[in-house]
Design a protein around this ligand. Structure first.
Ligand code: BGC
Length: 681
């Protein structure tokens, strides 16, 4: 039972009536489980259709925990309808560098935001009796040499930055399963780390579920079982065939260490205790009972995707897009004045639903930005299309000059131009990092040429991480970050550009001007299979704030078509005793003319501290939708944990007495209200 029976199934035991746990990837929907992404993304495999939801980074941009819960519930319902029991999700690793190939899967750079998202996702999945798998524990923050890299991370950074989303998923949502990461942390493979799997996960956090290995991340029998890793995947014939391929070993994967023969031999030789094996079996069975797999096996149903699921995907895409810039209020387009729109670019007539690798879902159909813009513009607006520039690696034979000239001519004779740029799922993917932050070949030039031909140019970006914009940002009045919006991406783009919805997404990552400004720069990707996390706790805005570096767009930034007024900050009590809670009250008013949603962000600054602390840290947020003129009073509670930092000397979290500043704002660099309190004995 400690080893899988196939690519995505644990081992059943007919004699004892124990079924297999049938798994599928996540996190953005249910993916074909027939094999590795190299196999299932190939046309030859019988497709599995499921709703493609927006990427994790997009879901985090909504800052909407109810939405993430609804998404997760829908995914779990589809998993059941497809006869699966476990979804390999959510991905909660921190976006440490803009170059990480899997940034799109995770929830951004902030541990508090990622934790809120992780808790909502796990609750949504488990509420349906489906097993999640919170991944990848711990610190899978780069794809470069992901199977061999040894990451030196200090204890404080682990506790404050890389662990909180896992811890919250375990402690608050009672997660049933956690997946170990491929990489090494401080000299040990994650699958063999007693510090991670036993001391931290089980002893410190009280985890009662099972640990599943990432696919091909095990390197020993006794070391793996002793560390507390329970279920090795994949297994059986599929695993043997996969490991026999030279590419698998070359990449650094290994496996087949917890097979029946190897485990029994290790027990017989006294290298592994029988009780340790029993404990792992118990953990797996306990979760199977909790999920109801014995009482209500998940039989395949007729209907996988419902209208409600599609509606959630559409709402998610709309809420998650971030309006980065809107000079002169170019947006929303007024259909009475904007009679012709040129839609241009390699992501305009293709729905870039997700990044590449094990998370890429195949939807039955998807709405392209071109189609969505046409629909939203309606009969009065003429919407036309030109490719402008081929996506690098796609559409060989496109005459680059001719394609650009055609797009520029179209832009010149239209009232407005929308250039939809970005990456493909081959260029931004699991398995490799991006070589740079720059857009793929030809796209910067396309934007600059179109913007020169039409002053009303909007750039829409389909990418899962920050991109370099400095070559054209000054020439372009409006930029919409669309991320990978799932199958409803086009509807969301159309609705937002024409004002059928107001943008409300906020950045869950800092957009640096240039890669050299990013906080991991110089500490990534390491040398000789070793990387020092020299940025420590100063990841993302924590580091930009400390170094007073001006980002292109700060963490938490996102514009709206309406305006919000902040007021009435209350902080009570002004002096709080150790162990007490501080209540914060804020009034927000929609002072503009349109309905819109604001994400109110609460940051805390520890003024006096024996160890360096970031100038501010996110400790609360609320997304509120308000009609014009409507006011809402929000309350936040700062519990003792919100004031604490991890003191490696004490080996524990401590909240030191002294002054704290409360900063409430519309982004990490747009603080509207300031207050304070002090922690006393
Ligand atoms: C990925 C996991 C995924 C697994 C199964 C691995 O390569 O890192 O996130 O769940 O494959 O497809």
């Amino acid at each position: 039972m400690l080893s899988g029976s196939g690519w995505m199934e644990s081992a059943p035991n007919e004699r004892l009536g124990i079924p297999a746990i049938k798994m599928a990837d996540g996190p953005m929907g249910v993916r074909n489980w027939a094999g590795s992404s190299a196999v299932t993304n190939a046309a030859a495999t019988a497709p599995v259709y499921a709703t493609a939801f927006p990427a994790g980074i997009a879901m985090a941009s909504s800052w909407d925990v109810d939405l993430v819960l609804a998404e997760a519930r829908a995914i779990a319902q589809q998993a059941k309808a497809l006869g699966r029991d476990m979804i390999l999700a959510p991905t909660v690793n921190i976006a440490r560098t803009p170059l990480w190939g899997r940034n799109f899967e995770g929830y951004g750079e902030d541990p508090y935001l990622a934790a809120r998202m992780a808790v909502a996702y796990v609750r949504g999945v488990q509420g349906e009796g489906v097993i999640p798998s919170v991944k990848h524990f711990a610190a899978n923050n780069q794809e470069f040499e992901r199977h061999r890299i040894d990451e030196a991370i200090d204890l404080r950074a682990l506790q404050e930055i890389y662990f909180p989303a896992f811890r919250a998923a375990v402690q608050e949502a009672g997660a049933w399963a956690v997946m170990n990461a491929y990489n090494k942390v401080n000299g040990r493979w994650c699958a063999e780390s007693p510090f991670l799997l036993t001391e931290t996960l089980r002893k410190r956090w009280g985890f009662e579920g099972f640990v599943v290995s990432d696919w091909g991340s095990t390197y020993s029998t006794a070391g793996t079982i002793d560390a507390g890793m329970d279920l090795e995947m994949p297994g059986g014939e599929r695993m043997r065939a996969w490991l026999a391929r030279p590419e698998t070993r070359q990449a650094g994967n290994d496996g087949g260490w917890l097979t029946e023969e190897k485990v029994l031999a290790a027990v017989a030789a006294g290298e592994v205790k029988q009780s340790a094996v029993d404990e792992s079996v118990r953990r797996i069975l306990r979760v199977m009972f909790k999920a109801g797999l014995f009482d209500h096996p998940h039989a395949r149903g007729e209907v996988v995707e419902t209208a409600e699921h599609r509606a959630i995907a559409r709402r998610a895409a709309t809420e998650s897009m971030v309006l980065l810039k809107n000079e002169g209020r170019l947006l929303p387009f007024d259909p009475a004045k904007t009679r012709s729109v040129a839609v241009i670019g390699p992501a305009a007539a293709v729905a870039r639903t997700g990044g590449g690798g094990s998370s890429l879902v195949r939807p039955r159909d998807a709405v392209t930005p071109f189609a969505g813009i046409k629909e939203a513009g309606g009969a009065r607006v003429e919407v036309s299309y030109a490719l402008g520039a081929a996506m690098e690696g796609e559409e060989a034979g496109v005459d680059a000059r001719g394609a650009r000239d055609e797009a520029v001519a179209l832009a010149a004779r239209s009232n407005a131009a929308v250039v939809v740029v970005g990456y493909s799922s081959r260029l931004e993917s699991e398995g490799h990092d991006r070589a740079s932050m720059d857009l793929p070949a030809g796209q910067d030039d396309l934007i600059a040429a179109v913007a020169a031909a039409n002053r009303n140019t909007v750039v829409v970006v389909a990418a899962g991480a920050p991109i370099t914009m400095t070559r054209w940002i000054e020439q372009v009045p409006a930029v919409l970050q669309a991320w990978y919006g799932g199958q409803e991406v086009g509807h969301a783009v159309g609705d937002l550009l024409f004002g059928l919805a107001s943008p409300s997404g906020k950045l869950p990552v800092t957009f640096p001007r240039r890669i050299e400004d990013s906080t991991a720069f110089g500490h990534y990707p390491g040398e000789n299979l070793h990387v020092e996390y020299g940025d420590g706790i100063f990841v993302g805005y924590r580091g930009f704030d400390r170094g007073r570096v001006e980002p292109l767009f700060p963490f938490g930034h996102g514009l709206s078509y309406t305006t919000f007024e902040y007021g009435g900050l209350t902080v009570s009590p002004p002096k709080v005793k150790a162990g007490g809670t501080v209540e914060i009250g804020v009034r927000v008013r929609n002072s503009g003319a349109r309905t819109g949603a604001e994400v109110v962000q609460l940051y805390l600054r520890d003024v006096e501290s024996s160890l360096p602390r970031p100038p501010k840290e996110l400790k609360g947020f609320a997304r509120v939708e308000l009609q014009p003129g409507e006011t809402r009073t929000l309350t936040f509670a700062l519990d003792p944990a919100a004031l604490a930092f991890f003191d490696p000397g004490k080996g524990d979290w401590v909240a030191e007495k002294g002054a704290f500043e409360v900063l409430v704002g519309s982004s990490s660099r747009d603080i509207r209200l300031e207050g304070g309190f002090s922690l006393v004995d």
